[in-house]
Ligand binder design. Structure first.
Ligand SMILES: [Ca+2]
Ligand SMILES: [Ca+2]
Length: 460
């Protein structure tokens, strides 16, 4: 009989016992929070420094709460014991956290825009894989950012995992003060409140205020918009998802032809070949050639609705009102599916068209791409394909913006046209895939590069 146990599970248990100070499996073990490595392309070891600031805040906030914050060293040793590496691309935070048996995890991504930094924090519950809350912090410099991150890290965990002791009652408070307080409206919920009620294929987006519109795109005036929390589909609705609605009797089968008053008969033939419904191998491609009512009907069947224009723009631009979902850098073949060299070649071969390309290189998909193919094009909230692949219907009518700040705007003026957003696979002009670009189309139009995604209000 061996003196030292050699099985992998036992070694892992030993690693936990040594590093965490308790058995790996214990009914009495405290819950653990891991602050994972942050993602982002910034210089040197700044990502580690930023994550460390958040971790320090979490340690401070969770002291005495029964939730233990794992050290970075412990996390790495446990990963090694599992034969795993920390994954740094895509949606793998929960997987990493489960590997080290953390009950909760904070993940983060950092985007640098000139000398400013934007950090998005996410708090995950790992057992069920749910995203509890997101938070976004902007700093004008790294030093400025670090000063804020400790506080945000502390608040993120204490508001959702720990419980700060309630402040003692103020014995000097006069009765009339209490009466006066009753008449003061409660403050708006902070951006770190949990967002609930989202479907598994949706991203939860905390409420916030942002600058909507872009005068460069003739999409002004720029104005302040405040939104309540909501849920947004992470990707465009796929052919397979629409098929499920049809099979369940919730939707009629979409047509396989385009429809627009400006199409000549030969145009209809030319463009209808790109409708995705019923084509072999396109199950995970976006459904297109659907009109506004078909899109609305599908979203209602899922228990949701089309996003308002403001919800769509905030999901794409975040609170820093960037030009594109990924930031302010110009589009390239790794960030979206628009018209690259592959699309120019296809147009020449199949249609005898001489198209231009939006960027150098081949983005791999001459027509539609499977949804979610461009992780590098994700918005700050992790929403995919907001630029390119297919344009997307929104709920709103195409009406001019006002200059005044607005809250949860819904444009219901009698204009017939509905707003579409985001650009599509056939676009060659970067302005068309800017996150603030808006175009109005009548609801009955069906186009080869127009689809949709759904949203719903969050339960708070
Ligand atoms: Ca393409
Ligand atoms: Ca899109």
């Amino acid at each position: 009989m061996a003196i030292f146990p050699r099985s992998l599970p036992t070694l892992i248990a030993l690693a936990y016992a040594v590093l965490v100070g308790q058995p790996a499996v214990s009914q009495t073990a405290s819950r653990r929070l891991a602050v994972l490595g942050f993602k982002g392309k910034i210089a040197g070891d700044a990502l580690d420094t930023i994550a460390d600031a958040v971790r320090s805040g979490a340690v401070e906030g969770l002291a005495g709460s029964g939730v233990q914050v794992m050290t970075r060293d412990n996390m790495l040793v446990l990963l090694k014991a599992m034969g795993k590496k920390e994954c740094t691309e895509g949606d793998c935070e929960v997987e990493t956290a489960r590997n080290i048996r953390a009950d909760f995890a904070v993940s983060g991504s950092v985007v640098q825009i000139d000398s400013a930094f934007v950090v998005t924090l996410k708090l995950h519950e790992t057992k069920g894989g749910s995203l509890l809350v997101t938070d976004q912090i902007e700093g004008k410099s790294q030093g400025d950012l670090l000063r804020q991150l400790g506080e945000h890290g502390r608040n993120l965990v204490t508001k959702n995992l720990g419980s700060r002791p309630a402040p003692p009652p103020n014995p000097s408070a006069r009765p009339e003060d209490a009466e006066a307080r009753k008449t003061v409206p409660p403050p708006p919920r902070p951006a770190t409140q949990p967002v609930r009620g989202c479907a598994a294929n949706q991203v939860s987006i905390c409420g916030g205020t942002f600058s909507m519109g872009d005068d460069e795109l003739d999409a002004g005036p720029v104005h302040q918009v405040t939104l309540a929390a909501y849920c947004m589909d992470k990707t465009e609705v796929t052919v397979a998802a629409f098929l499920a609605c049809v099979q369940a009797g919730g939707c009629g089968a979409p047509s396989t032809t385009v429809e627009w008053k400006d199409y000549a008969p030969e145009d209809k033939t030319k463009w209808s070949q790109f409708c995705t419904w019923g084509k072999i191998g396109l199950d995970q491609h976006p459904i297109n050639c659907v009109d506004w009512n078909q899109a609305t009907g599908y979203c209602q069947w899922t228990g949701g609705r089309l996003p308002t224009e403001a919800e769509w723009e905030y999901a794409a631009r975040g609170s820093d009102s960037r030009n594109y979902p990924w930031g302010n850098e110009e589009p390239n073949a790794t960030r979206l599916n628009a018209c690259g060299s592959e699309c120019v070649s296809m147009g020449r071969q199949r249609l005898d068209e001489s198209w231009k390309s939006m960027y150098a290189g081949n983005d791999s998909w001459p027509v539609t791409a499977p949804v979610g193919s461009y992780g590098k094009g994700a918005s700050a909230f992790g929403v995919l394909d907001m630029a390119g692949n297919v344009w997307e219907w929104t709920a709103d009518r195409f009406a001019a913006y006002g200059e005044e700040p607005v809250t949860n705007p819904q444009r219901s003026k009698p204009e017939a046209a509905r707003v579409i957003r985001g650009g599509g696979w056939n676009d060659d002009d970067p302005a068309r895939v800017r996150a603030a670009m808006r175009i109005g189309l009548t609801p009955g139009v069906r186009i080869f590069d127009l689809g949709f995604r759904c949203a719903r209000a969050a339960k708070m």
